[in-house]
Structure formats: C-alpha cells, structure tokens
Design a protein around this ligand. Structure first.
Ligand code: XMP
Length: 633
C-alpha cells in the first residue's frame, strides 16, 4: 500500500497543492462544508464519493460529507476503498466518519442512539482537531447510526454520553466526527476546520471574497456575451445582488428587471421594493401585478395540470404552481420586449441551499429533496440545461451574499433584510380540507412522554403536518402543541426549548413543537383552509404585528404562519422567530434571550384583541432546525 501511496502522490502531486477535495456522500450540508473551507481561504472541489483515487491523489486534504444512507445499506453510495490509504489527511463527517471507521476495520450499528439537534459532547483537547477548545462542546448531531467498535489503531477523541462521537489515528492523519462541524449549531465548528486545514493538513490561506466577486462578474460576461438579460427582483438581498452584479458586468441598458407582485407579498412590500430598487441604477424596471393570475390560474408541469392555487392542498404542488407561474411571467415579459424566450438569458438570485433543498442533481448527487424552491421547478431546470439561466449567487450562502451586497455598495437596508421566500405567504398558509385525522395512538404516546418528561404539562398532537429535516431526509410530520395554561411570563421557557428537541427525538411522528401563548388550542378541530385572497390578507395583517415587534435585534427571521385549526371553526397562528447565519441550521429564538417575554405577550395580546373573531389560538414555535425547518412548509 505504501508503494501505491507514494506513486499516486508523486504522479498527481503538486498541481493540486492547496486544494481540498470534498467527497459528497449525499448530505444536506455538503455545500456548507465547501463554503466553510473557502472562508478559511482554501479552494475546494466537490466530487462524488465514487471519484477515482487517481483523481484524488493530488489533493492536500479530503473531507467526507455526511449522507442519508447507512454504511451497510443497499443504497450506500459506491466508492474505491483505496481512498482511505492514499496518505492524504482526511476528516469524515457523520456518514463519512462511519464509512472511515468501517473501512479501517471498525463496526457501525444502526439506530443505537438517534440524535437530531444540538447536543453537548465531551472532546479530548489533546487531540489536534480540538486544539485550543474546551473539553465540552455544543455540536449538531443529525443521525441514526453510531460507531460501535473503533477501528484498530484509532482512538476515541469525543463522546456523547456513552456513545462514540469522534475517532482518530494521529499518525495516519485520519479523523472522523459523528457531528457536523460545518454548521452554525456546532459552536466551534470553524475552529475544528481550522485545526484540520491549517495544523493537520498544513494548508495556507490563498482565496478571498473579492476574488469570488471578480469570478462572478467574469462568469456573467462569459455566459451572456452581448445579449440582453432579464432579472427577476423580489426585493430580497439575493436578487438585488444578482441585479447589481449584472449591472457591473454588462451595460445597464441590457439589464431588464421585473418585480412580480403575486398577491402574496407582505403589507406594503411591493411599493417599498420598487422604490428601493431604483437606487441600484436599473434603467429598466417593470412591476407586474399578478395576484389574479397566481390565485386563480392552472399551470402545466411536466404534462400534469396543477392548480389553481386557491384550491390546492399539497405544499409541493403549490410550490410548483408558483415557480411555473414565475417562468410564464418571464416568458410574457420576453414577448413584450420582442425577445425570443427560448434564446433569452434570465437571471435569478438562487442560492446554494435552494438547490440543495430542492434535491437538484447538479448540486448534490445523493441529496434528498426537502422541498422544491420556486427557482428550481422543471421549467427553470429546462432553461438551465440550455445555459440560459444566469445564477450569479448559486455558489453562495445567505451570509456570503450579504457580505457581497455590502461590498457592491448596496444599502444596509437591502443587504441585511430578513429573507422572505419567493412563494411569499403561500408557504405560510397551512392548508387542510378539514378531514385529516391522526392515524393511531399518537395522542396517548404524547401524553405518556409528557408524563415522563414534564409531569402535568398538557399537550396535543394535531393532524396538521409540517416540513422538517431529520437525518438528512425531509420529514413531513404532525405538529405537537403544548399548553402550559399560564401567562407568557410564567412559562418555563428553558423547559419548552428542551421539550422541542426531546419530543421529536422520542416520538417518530412529530417534528415541530408550538407552545400556546394566547387563546387556547383546547377543543380545536380542523378548519378548511386554502391559499385564498382573504386568507392571504388575514395573514398579512397577523404578520405585520409579528414583524413590527420583532424586526431587527438578534433575530435573523421573524414571521407569522396561519394554521388550519381552532375551536368554533376559527384559525390559529404561529409566531416564528429564528436565529441563524446560513439558514441551513439554526434555532428558535429563545424567550428571555433573543426575544423578551414582554414582546411575546404584546404580540399575543394584540393578535387576540384585533383578530379574536378569526383566531382561536396563538403559538410560539420553539423548534430548532433540525428537526424542523425555518418555514413550516
Ligand atoms: P427552511 O424553511 O428551508 O428555510 O429552513 C431556510 C430559508 O429559506 C427560505 N425559504 C425559501 N425561500 N423559496 C425561497 O425563496 C422557497 O421556497 C423557500 N423556502 C424556504 C426561508 O424563508 C429561510 O430563510
């Protein structure tokens, strides 16, 4: 093996020095690894786990991503076992660690300890990966399999309770961790990457954000040539950055911006956005008022007729309807400008996570689809295949786009704006035809769990499903509502945050926990609810109350969600306040920390006072990501 090692190192050798290979095993966070590595000034390439050893030989370090499979599973991705004997420093994450351990002679067991969420672990500060770090670390676990027996020659460097969460072989420079250092919920993940990249692999800093902006501008020029470009501007930082980059790369005369008001924007938003966007230096900006079209028309998606939106229950179908209508509007805009749609370039502010979560095969070979983003529906994919979609930000995450926005001179207001999803309020009206029921004894199981976890606390499981992410897979599970029956200031919020992690880990049918802060969920039944204009209007007003009181501060995103249940055929509303940098993971704002008891009380009181005829109950969503997602759908 030593001969193979030196032969390959010699052959591939120097040209790839200072580059790191990320081997993609299908994890949701593979692109986050790449971005964290680049932040440390190192260039990386994402390659499939099945990449040939010849291809890998010249790299200076390798990181193996997480992935949804089990290492013994039939669906486990194929790879070349010589990979582990190349003599290149390697860090395996989650699935990557299990694979490393198994291939080096250890064993892995399925589902011994299932963990989804932030967990405290003990690490060995003498291990080079944890150099300079405290012996107790908060990390993100998101897995079902565990290392049972450590491979020969490896030592344990981290534990969570009795379970092994980190192994290494100092001499061979092979490291594996069960958790995800690449995400924000691992508090010192960046330090661990730095230790691996600088100290273990000996790599230097050679790559900056300015380089990336220049690369983006050059890429636009190369893709578009002398042609005109349409750009859809939602008002958010992503599309504003796209437009600003286009204006830098091309003559402003050739950039046609379109803002679509689909009737699902927040209160007064489209007016404000159009005012702000003129400040970018756009010569052509058109506002399309398309509420009628979005609520009432049907669309054709891959031969299927979908819609109209105001009669559609399935969230994926609704996302597809909205995404397709955006494409249709772009097509109409081309006609108006006398351009041939099949040969016209159009730009959108797509980010990496959008494509990862949409399960886009170009971005990750094995990632599971969490939900289809409006900018990755099949109409967009077809145009992308023809090379017509210009995605200036597709390699970036939200916090990187914000930095680029400031670098390009965009206003602080645009650069730091809270994200608002392309489909707007449509993803925040949870729909039901009023007939869903729970399939089994979920309610009894919850009561038993609450008896053991938190004696005396009342709770219900509602037959309303929301989207989550657990173990790299999309989950679509029931909502748990806890009703402490106390004023907001008397609720033990630390306990609520704990239960929001403990219950989804324990009960396989739930992924989200809301706590009643106004009205009551008692006697709640389902209320038929669709994305109609009146429901959008109701949510717009509820959302205004939440965002007015929760804008700014340490909260990254705050909004209201309209829910299809309540006593007397009313609705309920959830308040979501979330803290994150990259939106791939994060946590619910903690009451008493990022959000004050008083503000939460005021929100609940104002909602019940002004909308008590329509709203039976106000919830505060205490769930982190994972196991839930930021949005409920
Ligand atoms: P999730 O719900 O996936 O949200 O945890 C992460 C971030 O993405 C936003 N989001 C969307 N943005 N189209 C968008 O343009 C979508 O379909 C969509 N879904 C979620 C969400 O608001 C959060 O900032």
């Amino acid at each position: 093996m030593a001969a193979l090692e030196s032969a390959i190192r010699f052959e591939g050798g120097l040209c790839m020095a200072e580059r790191l290979a990320i081997l993609d095993c299908g994890g949701q966070y593979t692109k986050v690894i790449d971005r964290k590595v680049r932040e440390l000034g190192v260039q990386s390439d994402i390659l499939p786990i099945g990449a040939s050893v010849d291809q890998l030989a010249g790299y200076q370090a390798i990181i193996l991503s997480g992935g949804p499979a089990s290492v013994y599973g039939d669906n486990a991705p194929q790879f070349d076992p010589r990979l582990f004997h190349l003599g290149i420093p390697m860090l395996g994450l989650c699935y990557g660690m299990q694979l490393l351990n198994k291939e080096m002679g250890g064993t892995v067991a399925a589902g011994v300890k299932t963990e989804y969420g932030q967990t405290e672990i003990e690490v060995d500060p003498d291990c080079p990966l944890f150099e300079g770090l405290a012996p107790r670390q908060q990390v993100l676990m998101n897995h079902g399999d565990n290392v049972l027996a450590c491979a020969p020659g490896f030592e344990v460097m981290a534990r969570s309770g009795g379970a092994v969460t980190g192994i290494y072989n100092r001499e061979l420079k092979l490291y594996g961790v069960q958790f995800h250092p690449e995400v924000d919920l691992t508090e010192h993940g960046v330090d661990m990457f730095r230790n691996f990249i600088r100290n273990i692999a000996g790599m230097k800093e050679v790559y900056s954000l300015e380089d990336r902006v220049e690369t983006a501008i050059a890429a636009i020029r190369q893709q578009v040539g002398d042609n005109p470009v349409l750009v859809l501007v939602s008002g958010g930082v992503d599309s504003a950055v796209s437009a600003a980059l286009l204006l830098r790369a091309l003559s402003p005369e050739r950039v046609y911006a379109i803002h679509v008001d689909h009737g699902l924007m927040r209160l007064g938003e489209s007016d404000r956005i159009c005012r702000e966007l003129t400040g970018l230096g756009l010569v052509h900006l058109e506002r399309v008022n398309a509420a009628e079209l979005f609520f009432h028309s049907t669309v054709n998606v891959d031969g299927r007729t979908l819609g109209p939106l105001d009669k559609t229950l399935d969230p994926e179908e609704r996302r597809n309807i909205i995404g397709t209508l955006f494409v249709n509007i772009t097509q109409q805009a081309c006609q108006k400008l006398g351009l041939d749609f099949d040969h016209t370039y159009w730009a959108q502010g797509t980010l990496r996570p959008d494509l990862i979560e949409s399960g886009n095969p170009d971005v990750s070979a094995h990632a599971s689809r969490i939900k289809t983003h409006h900018n990755d529906v099949s109409g967009v994919r077809r145009a992308r295949e023809k090379g017509l979609v210009v995605e200036t930000n597709r390699d970036w995450h939200k916090d990187e786009v914000r930095k680029v926005a400031l670098m390009l001179g965009l206003s602080q207001e645009i650069a730091m704006r809270q994200p608002f999803p392309g489909p707007g309020l449509a993803v925040r009206v949870l729909c039901s035809d009023g007939t869903d029921t729970l399939p089994g004894d979920e309610q009894q199981q919850l009561e038993q769990a609450l008896q053991q976890e938190s004696a005396g606390l009342a709770g219900q499981v509602l037959p309303v499903k929301t989207v989550g992410i657990q173990g790299d897979y999309r989950s679509f599970r029931y909502l748990t509502v806890l009703e402490p029956g106390k004023a907001v200031g008397l609720i033990n919020w630390g306990e609520m945050a704990r239960l929001a992690s403990a219950l989804p880990a324990r009960l396989p049918y739930t992924n989200r926990v809301g706590v009643v802060i106004g009205g009551s969920a008692q006697g709640a039944t389902l209320t038929p609810t669709f994305v109609t204009e009146p429901n959008a209007q109701l949510l717009r007003c509820l959302d205004e109350i939440v965002t007015r009181r929760l804008g700014g501060g340490k909260i990254s995103q705050a909004f209201a969600v309209l829910l299809p249940f309540g006593a007397e055929q009313k609705h309920s509303v959830a308040v979501r306040a979330f803290v994150t940098n990259d939106y791939m993971t994060g946590r619910a704002a903690r009451v008493g920390q990022e959000i004050s008891v008083q503000v939460l009380e005021e929100i609940a009181a104002e909602i019940m006072e002004r909308f008590g005829d329509d709203i039976a109950c106000v919830l505060y969503d205490c769930t982190d990501k994972p196991p839930a997602t930021v949005e409920w759908q």
